[in-house]
Ligand binder design. Structure first.
Ligand SMILES: Cc1cc2nc3c(=O)[nH]c(=O)nc-3n(C[C@H](O)[C@H](O)[C@H](O)COP(=O)(O)OP(=O)(O)OC[C@H]3O[C@@H](n4cnc5c(N)ncnc54)[C@H](O)[C@@H]3O)c2cc1C
Length: 465
């Protein structure tokens, strides 16, 4: 970027992973090109991090429900570019439990376990092995118009298989996508995510996802980026006088304040975008530009986070329901998340569209604890039930694929971009960070162009004079 860009200002609205990473990248790219762009992050809550926040309590680091970072996804290489190398460990996924027909069986995740498990009969074991071996060579385009359910029914290895085999494949896709509704989830998206998990694995981060958030905050501070916590943006519009982007926000000390910027990245959830543009006194079409419109659908889960002073049964560290959408994992048995002897356990129930986490679901998750960790109730240090939380704002549905993908980082405004897990083609945090990278690069390129054209118009004025 040329020196002409100096004096430019960028607003990033939302201080979750997407907003923080996008802000850092704008500052980083412009600084390394020899120029400085003043970047401000506006975050509604007092603490940045959004859904990647970690609660610290009595030596436990408790993520907002179970979080695992995909080693082969879009997040890792981008974080590396930002100078961040997340450190963690792979989940404890051997000798894991599969609940099926009310009985605990061996979850077949390795070859010896496939041979030993009573979950599948001999023919289905062979079908399962053939399917998993073929996973890497399945052509995405051959299944892109199918839902996961349709794909499982049609696949050449799974077609003749029994109920347990088909449920097992659904369970593995559900585990990797968080999506409870296989009648909507795109087969291509589900297959790619399963393949990613099998080929590169996932990592539970030491100290929780705060590790990433803290690393971003430290670098943002060094880069001179201003982060205003407790600052809710209520409106964004283009000033008719200057043509610049005007951000209106609530400031704890000064009340309603507005400030103008040369560029902006909107990194808040779709619902928040809706309210931010609600004040734009312009056409409905214009609002849709910022929002992205339908066909977004949230993926939700009910989560039970439990901290124990001691793990009653150290042998049982990972379990999945095969005929019900349940998840159990002792995250502290892999990553550093608990004090000595303590255990941090995340349980989840994958919700289908329209379903909400009830008290019965909480009881069901507690029953899973009773089965796997008898006596756990006497050892509880902290317990939290998050009944109905949005895991990601983008269900990877066939409908979206047919409509040509997902909301892009670009809006129709040349100086306003989007980022978040609902933007771009990647799922979950890979979506947040992948779109943060692209939106920040596009914005810097735009600022650079703007600075150049301002510079040349200044020069022409000088030479004319
Ligand atoms: C239970 C659970 C489990 C998950 N597990 C995984 C996993 O295993 N792997 C994975 O990759 N991902 C996982 N995720 C998803 C991942 O956490 C999210 O995709 C990611 O953290 C989203 O980041 P974001 O910045 O896009 O959005 P958010 O974190 O939602 O950030 C948006 C920010 O905008 C702020 N904001 C909203 N409105 C305004 C406003 N008007 N003005 C200013 N600020 C505003 C919010 O306060 C928030 O901080 C999980 C999520 C949950 C909830």
């Amino acid at each position: 970027m040329s020196k002409d860009a100096e004096g430019q200002k960028v607003a990033v609205i939302g201080g979750g992973l997407a907003g923080l990473a996008a802000a850092l990248n704008v500052a980083r790219i412009s600084q390394s090109a020899g120029s400085e762009v003043a970047v401000t992050v506006f975050e509604r809550s007092p603490n940045p991090g959004g859904r990647a926040q970690t609660t610290n309590k009595d030596g436990f680091s408790i993520n907002f429900g179970p979080h695992a970072l995909y080693q082969g996804g879009a997040a890792f290489p981008f974080l590396k570019e930002l100078g961040i190398d997340p450190v963690g460990a792979a989940p404890p996924a051997t000798r894991a439990t599969a609940f099926y027909n009310g009985k605990a069986r061996l979850l077949p995740l390795t070859l010896p376990e496939v041979l030993q498990t009573t979950l599948l009969g001999l023919r289905d074991k062979l079908r399962f092995l053939a399917f998993m071996t073929r996973l890497n060579s399945i052509d995405e385009s051959s299944i892109e118009s199918l839902t996961v359910n349709q794909w499982i029914d049609a696949d050449k290895d799974l077609r003749g298989g029994g109920k347990a085999l088909k449920s097992l494949i659904r369970t593995l896709v559900q585990l990797t996508t968080y999506t409870g509704d296989m009648s909507k989830l795109s087969a291509a998206a589900g297959m790619c995510q399963l393949r990613l998990a099998v080929s590169s694995g996932v990592s539970y981060l030491h100290g929780g996802w705060a590790q990433m958030v803290d690393a971003l905050l430290e670098r943002l501070e060094n880069a001179g980026v201003e982060i205003t916590g407790g600052c809710e943006v209520s409106e964004i519009f283009r000033s008719p006088e200057t043509g610049k982007i005007t951000v209106v926000f609530k400031d704890a000390q000064n009340g309603i304040v507005s400030e103008t910027f040369d560029g902006a990245i909107i990194a808040v959830p779709p619902e928040a975008v809706k309210s931010i543009v609600a004040g734009v006194r312009e056409s409905a079409e214009r609002k849709a530009l910022y929002l992205g419109g339908d066909p977004l659908e949230d993926v939700k889960a009910a989560c039970l986070d439990i901290c124990l002073s001691e793990l009653p049964n150290p042998e049982k560290t990972f379990a999945l329901g095969v005929d019900e959408p349940t998840y159990f994992s002792v995250h502290s048995s892999a990553a550093k998340l608990a004090p000595p002897n303590g255990a941090l356990i995340h349980l989840a129930y994958y919700l289908k569209g329209g379903e909400t986490g009830t008290h019965e679901i909480e009881k069901r998750l507690e029953k899973m604890m009773d089965d796997l960790q008898p006596g756990w109730r006497d050892k509880v240090v902290f317990k939290r039930y998050l009944a109905n939380i949005v895991v990601t704002h983008k269900l990877l549905s066939v409908k979206n694929e047919k409509l040509g993908g997902y909301w892009k980082e670009e809006t129709e405004e040349p100086d306003i971009f989007r980022a978040g897990d609902w933007v771009g083609a990647h799922p979950l945090a890979d979506g947040s960070l992948g779109s943060a990278k692209r939106s920040s690069e596009l914005l810097v390129a735009h600022l650079q162009k703007q600075a150049k054209s301002n510079g040349s118009s200044r020069q022409s004025v000088i030479s004319c004079g």
